[in-house]
Design a protein around this ligand. Sequence first.
Ligand code: PLP
Length: 375
Amino acid sequence: MQLFDVYPLQNITPVRGEGAWVWDDQGHKYLDLYGGHAVISIGHSHPHYQQRLQEQLELLGFYSNSVHFPKQKELASTLGRLAGKTEYQLFLCNSGAEANENALKLASFHTKRRKLIAFRGGFHGRTSLAVAVTDNPSLSAPVNQTADVLFLPFNDLEALENAFQQQGAETAAVIVEGIQGVGGIHEASIPFLQRLRSLCDAYQTVFIADSVQCGYGRSGQFFAHDWAGISADIYTTAKGMGNGFPMAGVWIAPSIKPRHGMLGSTFGGNPLACAAGLAVAEVIESENLLENSTHIGNYLLDSLRKLLGPSSVRGRGLMIGIEVPAELGKLRERLLNEHRIFTGEAKPNVIRLLPPLTLQASEVDYFLHHFSKLL
Ligand code: PLP
């Protein structure tokens, strides 16, 4: 059997990683400013992560959600404390799309409404509801086109007011990234998030903060939405949550009540995922990775702005977008092929930097040295 060919591949075979670096099967070393697509939060092969997973594997690899598993509660309380959300409830699942699918479904259960609001440039995943609120029709099959979704321009307060006036009372949820990732690193403005919060309150619409990419400390705050000083009714997290172990979370405000059977997942919150999630949370705390994101992120942002001009560089913390001039369209490939530096992209011409939150100033200097040579 062959693999179903859906991914365009770089001709590289990574076999080992350490911190912000990976090695390929030829022994070449690469700086990983892509973090395996914003997934590697605490660095590759972190010793504490390895230890937590090994210990769990030796004890019990899996049992279902029909029995007690205290590490789930430990994970929920650790995350609640770190994020300042101790009163929230955590539902564990396996991927970003699944977290958003459950969040949207939960909002509809809670409000008994069926309309949704999403934003231009937003990406929320590829399952049915998640893809329906994603602004990319090419990802949506005819069978996905059933949800009642209104797309609004991002950061447009007037469009927001009008939409709520027209259909706020029938809208179950609004879903918004704090910083759009796939859309090209665009921050939700603070007034926009604050107004969205007050409109959701006025119309009792559920505010879903998709934090799958911008969450977990990447922006320098636990959630990128925290920059606006607001609380969402539901947060969704995945990617960096397990540092590569597939896991995701739906963080649910206390006003939304559970009932048995409402949500479910065979693998969600399994012992190995909880061990991975706890290791990540513990390293984020013990190594002050939120501070590191802010500090190293500011250094990288400032240096890039000096190099390219302020209007070409966007983002917060270690979630950075570089608008590449059309004549330098091959910059990302050249960084990889000539200088062995992994970066991400957002079409048509943005380089996305999503490195481990453990990134060091010397690694930023290494990147800046090679990047400025290419410019
Ligand atoms: N939400 C956002 C903001 C994302 O960036 C992504 C993936 O890139 C997803 C959801 C979907 O996550 P997953 O690929 O784990 O389903």
